[in-house]
Design a protein around this ligand. Structure first.
Ligand code: ADP
Ligand code: MG
Length: 397
């Protein structure tokens, strides 16, 4: 179902009105400063578009995991500072109390063009999606915009509840972009369609595998996940991370997937992550009993890259190895670089998953992808085919 976006709002809906905008400013902090402002920058187009159309913008976000009451270390104040730097032409009004009357006053101040309210998770009813809180929040705007894709898989008062009481309730530009790319890949991907899955655990990604398998031309599996499949093939996996309770499922998938499933043919192994300097490549049927696979091997990386470069749609979730520790970043790097090349030749390339996105950012390849999702958990649930409550609550087009 297509959702309304801020582009569907008329000028009468927007001009002089208070836009209550749920953003995802859940950013990492270091010594009271924002250490990665990617998520703040991702929300700027929506904020700017609303300001340009004459709205005043009231921002809601959570940060971290406070337990329904204020905690200084989770204050959004550092975010307000960063936002001031990113929007130098605007005065940012930060409301440091969770008192709704105070907030209400600020939203009616004609000189306050951008208002940031304190952490929504300081409010008791946020995570329980309390109806009274949702109604209270709905009083803070004249219409509702959800641009927090990264929080859309949670039915909280500021992400879901409020959308029932404040209309119109529409998607922001970031939310629209996320749904377009992820939804497009699932609904009508240009073929060949290749999915690349990795990461630590098969168990977290079973539903994604099941959902994608019938749709893709090839499913490439790396990461520790591959080891569970090796086990299912009767191979020695040494000290690699294997999920014993998923071996039967992997066997079943192997039987069903046929030649759609592309597994690594070799592995980078060592006796431990602290012995990374002794890493060496072995064939997948020669993993030494006292060593573990920490990355796909060079032959696999080349085969994966070839499959990716031949695709017209690529969706990637989960690193190919322990990319945080060199040299086990090589497989992940090969996938990212192949995707960058595929983008250049006209393929649609999408990265979902928090760690995969972090790896791409570290390699400075974000701009080389068609889309890097800002929502780790949300993108995974979306790919599993789950309904995201924060999206479902928005007005249909
Ligand atoms: P994403 O956040 O992109 O969805 P996951 O959270 O599923 O990815 O998995 C990321 C983690 O998987 C990384 O911390 C990485 O170190 C780990 N990982 C990948 N391959 C292996 C492996 N072979 N052995 C152990 N851990 C691995
Ligand atoms: Mg992760």
């Amino acid at each position: 179902m297509k959702k309304k976006t801020i582009k569907d709002l008329s000028d009468a809906d927007v001009r002089g009105k208070r836009a209550l905008v749920r953003v995802d400013f859940n950013v990492p902090l270091d010594n009271g400063r924002v250490s990665d402002d990617t998520r703040i920058r991702a929300a700027l187009p929506t904020i700017q578009a609303l300001l340009d159309r004459g709205a005043r913008v009231i921002l809601l976000s959570h940060l971290g995991r406070p337990k329904g009451k204020p905690e200084v270390k989770y204050s959004l104040e550092p975010v307000a500072h960063r936002l001031t730097e990113l929007l130098p032409a605007q005065k940012i009004t930060f409301i440091e109390t969770t008192d709704t009357d105070e907030a209400m006053k600020a939203t009616h101040d004609p000189n306050a063009h951008v208002v940031l309210l304190e952490n929504t998770r300081f409010l008791g009813g946020e995570e329980t999606n309390d109806e009274r809180l949702a109604r209270g929040l709905s009083q803070l705007g004249d219409f509702y915009v959800n641009d927090a894709f990264g929080s859309a898989h949670r039915a909280h008062a500021s992400t879901e509840g409020v959308a029932h009481y404040l209309k119109p309730a529409v998607a922001g530009l970031l939310m629209e972009r996320e749904l377009e790319y992820l939804g497009g890949a699932l609904e009508n991907p240009k073929q060949p369609f290749v999915a690349v899955l990795g990461g630590a655990k098969v168990s977290g990604k079973v539903d994604v595998i099941e959902r994608l398998l019938p749709k893709v031309d090839k499913l490439l599996i790396g990461g520790a996940m591959a080891c569970t499949f090796f086990k299912a093939m009767g191979l020695e996996t040494g000290k690699s991370l294997v999920e014993a309770d998923r071996v039967a499922m992997a066997k079943d998938l192997l039987a069903r997937a046929g030649d759609k499933l592309l597994l690594p043919v070799d592995a980078m192994v060592s006796s431990g992550l602290d012995a990374a300097q002794s890493a060496h490549a072995v064939a997948r049927d020669a993993i030494p009993p006292h060593e573990a696979m920490f990355d796909i091997g060079p032959k696999s990386a080349a085969a994966f890259a070839e499959a990716i470069m031949g695709a017209k749609t690529v969706i990637w979730n989960g690193p190919m190895g322990v990319f945080e520790t060199k040299p086990f970043d090589a497989g992940t790097r090969a996938v990212a670089e192949a995707m960058a090349k595929a983008t250049k030749t006209g393929a649609t390339t999408i990265v979902g998953g928090g760690d995969s996105a972090a790896a791409v950012a570290e390699m400075k390849l974000e701009d080389a992808m068609s889309h890097v999702s800002t929502g780790g958990g949300a993108s995974l649930e979306f790919l599993e085919g789950k309904v995201l409550p924060g999206v479902a609550a928005l007005d249909d087009r």
